[in-house]
Design a protein around this ligand. Structure first.
Ligand code: FAD
Ligand code: SF4
Length: 399
């Protein structure tokens, strides 16, 4: 007896450039580039907010919004700061993400890894791939700080007959992946996530580089760091830093993708393991183990890491409250004032987990105001309860 064809196989991927179901809020996660578009109404992070259901499906429980750590960082078993004893040259930080993926492949735990390489002509143009060798995984190291259609390779995964898969991705991609997970025909799926915020289209990235860096064409890597500065690395090896408070926000206000202005999944709540930096001391990476699969992944690299417990210092509330109007109205400080503010905040300001809370609070309040202004009719359904509780700590401008 032959099994009936699953319904998605009759669906058709959208053509490149065709309007997407989530319209301007689409983050180009890639789902609609495949026949899994059949599930888009339920699966798309911007059409159907369903954190509690997907958290319970993935971690066995949804996050406890009454617990401060759960509310901010999602369901987790443990957190730590870590760095590779021997960093991978050219990785975004020390290369923990690439190392875990390589170990998972070498140990036969998975047959392939969904990750993002770049095009030959443009180091920031994302090309999602299903990597089957350590070299292909290494070629995907370093952030492509642009919207990336990672899920566009899902049809290829199914065609390949792979049964054990690791997917590396950011929150919106992972929300859609979790929603279609059961349709993929896999025996085992591991998800290694990174936090993500303020992403941009390729054109938006160009504008950001041109308004912020002294030499936009030679930037090979950048990060918004815990010292309240953007750190640019140039192809000649030099580093350039620009204080957050000196960013030309009046020119940048339309740069961030609308999807990222309406996202409340900064910490990638549905991944098994999350590797970022914002809850760790400067120079270290921040690890959040959400469930047993996440612990299994982390164990593959523990002997290659230095680790220390996470810490928390300072009080973010005043800094967040004061920055709400500036963020919302896109005010730019003169450079001398921006540098001074950066130095003062760095000396006395939030550190470790408190810095992570500072960044979450600042982005969630800004995004809440963006949704209220542009998609007021969807505000209540789209903003998850944990984010409403976080935003409620602050006084927002009147509607
Ligand atoms: P590497 O070993 O260099 O590997 C990087 C991995 O990221 C690769 O496997 C690649 O496939 C994947 N990747 C690259 N670009 C994308 C993309 N556009 N979409 C999906 N996957 C991608 N961490 C924080 O703590 N706070 C933040 O605000 C924050 N913002 C981020 C924004 C973006 C757009 C991205 C992609 C990541 C962000 N991170 C953030 C995570 C952080 O910058 C590092 O990616 C993470 O700490 C892993 O570093 P690594 O050296 O271990 O990674
Ligand atoms: Fe489709 Fe993903 Fe865009 Fe939603 S975000 S419309 S699922 S491509």
């Amino acid at each position: 007896m032959t099994l009936a064809q699953p319904p998605h196989k009759k669906a058709k991927a959208l053509r490149p450039g065709a309007p997407r179901p989530a319209k301007e809020l689409c983050s180009e996660c890639g789902l609609c580039d495949t026949y899994y578009i059949h599930y888009v109404k339920e699966a798309c992070a911007f059409l159907n907010q369903q954190f509690p259901t997907l958290e319970a499906q993935t971690h066995g429980r949804s996050r406890d919004v009454d617990s401060s750590d759960d509310r901010y960082f999602g369901v987790h078993q443990r957190m730590m700061a870590a760095r590779k004893q021997q960093p991978i040259e050219g990785a975004q930080w020390t290369g923990i993400v690439s190392t875990i993926a390589i170990e998972m492949l070498n140990r036969g735990l998975v047959e392939g890894v969904v990750c993002v390489q770049n095009s030959k002509s443009d180091r920031f143009q994302p090309i999602p791939v299903v990597a089957r060798t350590p070299e292909e995984i290494l070629a995907a190291r370093v952030n492509k700080p642009t919207l990336s259609p990672n899920l566009s390779v899902l049809e290829e995964v199914e065609r390949s007959g792979m049964k054990r898969l690791l997917v590396i991705g950011v929150g919106c991609q992972i929300q859609a992946l979790r929603a279609v997970e059961k349709q993929l025909g896999l025996e085992k799926l591991y998800v290694l996530g990174t936090p993500c915020v303020d992403n941009v289209t390729r054109e938006g990235l160009q504008k950001f580089l041109e308004t912020t860096s002294r030499s936009p064409d030679t930037v090979v890597h950048y990060e918004f760091m815990q010292d309240f500065r953007v750190h640019f690395k140039h192809s000649d090896g030099s580093t350039e830093t620009v204080p957050f408070f000196g960013l030309k926000t009046n020119q940048l206000k339309d740069v961030f993708a609308p999807s990222c202005m309406s996202c409340f999944d900064y910490v990638n709540g549905l991944a098994d393991l999350v590797v970022g930096y914002m809850g760790a001391p400067f120079g270290w990476q921040w690890i959040v183990v959400r469930n047993d699969l996440g612990q299994e992944m982390l164990e593959t690299v523990m002997d290659q890491l230095d680790t220390q417990p996470v810490d928390s210092q300072g009080d973010r509330h005043q800094a967040v409250q004061q920055s709400i109007p500036a963020y919302d109205k896109a005010v730019t400080l003169p450079m001398w004032a921006a540098k001074l503010m950066g130095v003062v905040i760095e000396r006395i300001g939030p550190k470790g987990l408190e810095y992570a809370r500072f960044s979450i609070d600042s982005h969630f309040t800004r995004n809440y105001l963006y949704m209220r202004r542009n998609h007021g009719d969807r505000l209540d359904d789209h903003v998850p309860e944990f984010a409403k509780r976080i935003v409620a700590q602050y006084q927002l401008p009147k509607e």
